[in-house]
Design a protein around this ligand. Structure first.
Ligand code: FAS
Ligand code: PHB
Length: 389
């Protein structure tokens, strides 16, 4: 098989890039090791920055998102028994879009099908070859048969555990990492949200987040131990602990019900530099991971897609490789700002087992300063809603 761009991974990065390239007449094939149903079964992000929403519109798949999503003009931060609204619209004139990654991925799959894009699901043992030359190749196995894709470029959109980053020569890669001493236990439940907007909670018992997917579908999180297992947390224990971390008024509005999904995610900050090797370009979680506290993971994937999309159009339509040469530098400049924000939100809102009394007082002072300073709130707002591309 021959194509211009081989895309490894059919998550949001791979499908969004594939859709944008198809609209430009740039041929591409997406290789995915799982089934489409498995990809859609993963519960991930819920907050879409305005820039990401506009990219979905540009890809021609934003119509259902615009119809079904919620628009939020702020969040609430709960601390020391009180809730404080952070009004994005007042502070920076913009808000965020609330729309689940699962639905966004579904829209991308439908859009790719309609555009006649080729997606190979259950592609096993993908291997990347010849990235340092001008004729890279991707081989994989499907139905027991070894297959090959000749291409001009490879987009590694295969997430943190994919094959692309590990295809770099080790000497060509520098990785930066911070592992957090806790995880997030998340549930989905068919109940109305606790509040109209998200509530981020700093409680002495640990972080909590009350989010949503719609006015009838709640997404709730608790900071938990890295040693916890899902089976340690029956629904009743989850709701009881969440109510203890919420202020009384919010706890009184918590509606319980049988969870339809429950999972524990580890938290890490991670960046691999550079984000390219020859004609292989890393996109999204393949290159970087953020703790979900700042709602940046999915949105960072979208900004990487924007930069590599523009670079490939420059190559094929403009005869210029400046965008390709600049891709890693441009993407990393935005990645590190989002890493900083996600780290700072995580440090501000979680209980760290190893922290001493001084650390806790600094965290309290951080929160009191933030909630009393328009300048500090403006900084939080512009990072949360999304820095310019
Ligand atoms: P993805 O990991 O989504 O997709 C990569 C795809 O590549 C997968 O479909 C995988 O099956 C495929 N793949 C892997 N190896 C392959 C191979 N060798 N061959 C072919 N295909 C291969 N972000 C937020 O903003 N908010 C959140 O609340 C949030 N929660 C998260 C919870 C969890 C458990 C995880 C893991 C991430 C979460 N994220 C969250 C981040 C998440 O949304 C990512 O940023 C987003 O999925 C990134 O998309 P991709 O880069 O496409 O990577
Ligand atoms: C979610 O709804 O899954 C969500 C929202 C905001 C975050 C993290 C996760 O910061």
């Amino acid at each position: 098989m021959r194509t211009q761009v081989a895309i490894v991974g059919a998550g949001p990065s791979g499908l969004l890039l594939g859709q944008l390239l198809l609209k430009e007449g740039i041929s591409n094939v997406v290789l995915e090791r799982q089934t489409a149903e498995h990809v859609l079964s993963r519960i991930r992000a819920g907050i879409i920055e305005t820039g990401t929403a506009e990219l979905l519109d540009a890809a021609g798949v934003g119509e259902r998102m615009r119809r079904e999503s919620l628009l939020h003009d702020g969040i609430e931060i709960a601390f020391a028994g009180a809730r404080h609204r952070v009004n994005f619209r007042d502070l920076i004139g913009r808000g965020v879009v609330v729309y689940g990654q699962t639905e966004l991925t579904r829209d991308l799959m439908v859009g790719r099908e309609a555009a006649g894009g080729t997606t190979v699901y259950q592609a096993q043992d993908a291997r990347l070859h010849g990235m340092d030359g001008s004729h890279p190749r991707v081989t994989y196995r499907q139905d027991g048969i070894e297959r090959s894709i000749d291409c001009d470029f490879i987009a590694g959109c295969d997430g943190f555990h994919g094959v692309s980053r590990s295809s770099f020569p080790q000497s060509a890669l520098t990785c930066y990492e911070r592992i957090y001493p806790f995880g997030w236990l998340g549930i989905m439940v068919h109940q109305p949200p606790v509040s109209d907007e998200l509530i981020y909670v700093n409680s002495e018992r640990g972080f909590a987040l009350c989010s949503m997917r719609s006015r009838r579908l709640s997404r709730l999180y608790l900071q938990c131990s890295v040693d916890d297992r899902v089976e340690d947390w029956p629904d009743e224990r989850f709701y009881d602990e969440l109510a203890r971390r919420l202020d009384p008024a919010a706890a009184a509005r918590l509606q319980t019900g049988k969870s339809i999904e429950k999972s524990i995610a580890p938290l890490r900050s991670f960046v691999a530099e550079p984000m390219c090797y020859g004609r292989l370009f890393l996109v999204g979680d393949a290159a970087h991971i953020v703790p979900p506290t700042g709602a940046k993971g999915l949105n960072l994937a979208a900004s990487d897609v924007y930069y590599i999309w523009q670079a490939l159009v420059g190559h094929y339509r403009g005869g210029s490789d400046t965008g390709l040469k600049e891709y890693s530098r441009r993407a990393l400049a935005r990645v590190w700002k989002a890493e900083r924000f996600s780290w700072s939100m995580t440090s501000l809102l979680h209980q760290f087992p190893e922290r001493n009394g001084f650390d806790r007082r600094i965290q309290e002072a951080d929160l009191e300063y933030l909630l009393s300073s328009r300048a500090a709130l403006t900084s939080l707002a512009e990072n949360y809603v999304g820095l310019p591309l």
